[in-house]
Design a protein around this ligand. Structure first.
Ligand SMILES: [Zn+2]
Ligand SMILES: [Zn+2]
Length: 258
């Protein structure tokens, strides 16, 4: 059984065949999916939570994505704090910094990131971190505002450097790899995936984005997670059952252990 530690199942791309997507996931032995409810409007996060409420095997996270940091308001903080009380909500995220697109002003992104780390800490929830072209700033903020936290978190869709991965591991974070691992050019990411301790590894689809080979370019979905598990097994020279078992145990440890 596999656990998809990151998927945007509330995305409109899943509206027309949602039931079939879930059925295919079940057939592909996906035991659990962490549904990421991002957004600055409560309706957006609400939809992720209501999806998870309808399906017992789906977990949910909520937070303000760095892309949306610029439009976050005081009301959003109140809403998110309310969502944090929901039983189905198991993590805060995805949050972080994205200086590749810079859809929101970098200074605002930093502020919104810090605020959410503090709220996650207060709510005793692990965090899901998104970081792109912002390694130094992300590490600085995590070490200043989160390193002392008992609850750890997940560096999602890891695409950073080896040294950043080492810093994150030292802070207690788990490293999650996506379908990028299967891309022909992703030599460096595969090299890093080989070096992360087995008890810190996670896998995810980040569906509907980043479909792995041989589905590259198509809409991604949880059933395709198996391709990422397969390549990770071959990189690590272990069987796929070992990857399934470790990533499953790691998910339970980082998400549920209070
Ligand atoms: Zn992300
Ligand atoms: Zn995501």
């Amino acid at each position: 059984m596999f656990i998809d530690s990151h998927a945007h199942l509330d995305d409109p791309k899943f509206e027309s065949d949602f039931r079939a997507v879930l059925d295919r996931a079940t057939k592909a032995k996906i035991e659990k999916v962490l549904v990421i409810g991002n957004g600055v409007s409560s309706s957006k996060v609400d939809s992720a939570i209501s999806i998870a409420k309808k399906h017992q095997w789906l977990d949910v996270a909520a937070g303000i994505h760095p892309h949306d940091a610029g439009t976050a308001t005081g009301d959003n903080w109140i809403e998110l704090t309310r969502f944090a009380q929901e039983e189905k909500l198991v993590a805060w995220g995805e949050i972080g910094l994205d200086f590749h697109y810079n859809y929101s002003d970098p200074e605002v992104q930093k502020e919104v990131f810090i605020q959410q780390l503090l709220l996650a800490k207060k709510s005793s929830l692990p965090v899901i971190i998104h970081t792109r072209e912002a390694e130094t700033e992300t590490l600085k903020i995590l070490s200043e505002h989160y390193a002392d936290c008992r609850r750890q978190g997940i560096m999602h869709c890891y695409s950073g450097s080896l040294s950043m991965a080492q810093c994150c591991l030292e802070m207690g974070f788990y490293i999650s790899f996506s379908g990028i691992l299967t891309f022909p050019q992703a030599h460096e990411i595969r090299r890093i995936a080989e070096m992360i301790p087995l008890d810190k590894l996670l896998i995810e689809t980040d569906a509907p984005y980043l479909a792995p080979v041989p589905y590259r370019g198509k809409r991604n979905e949880p059933a395709f997670l198996v391709e990422t598990a397969k390549i990770l097994a071959s990189i690590r020279n272990v069987d796929i059952e070992t990857i399934a078992k470790c990533t499953r145990e790691n998910y339970f440890r980082v998400i549920y252990r209070k």
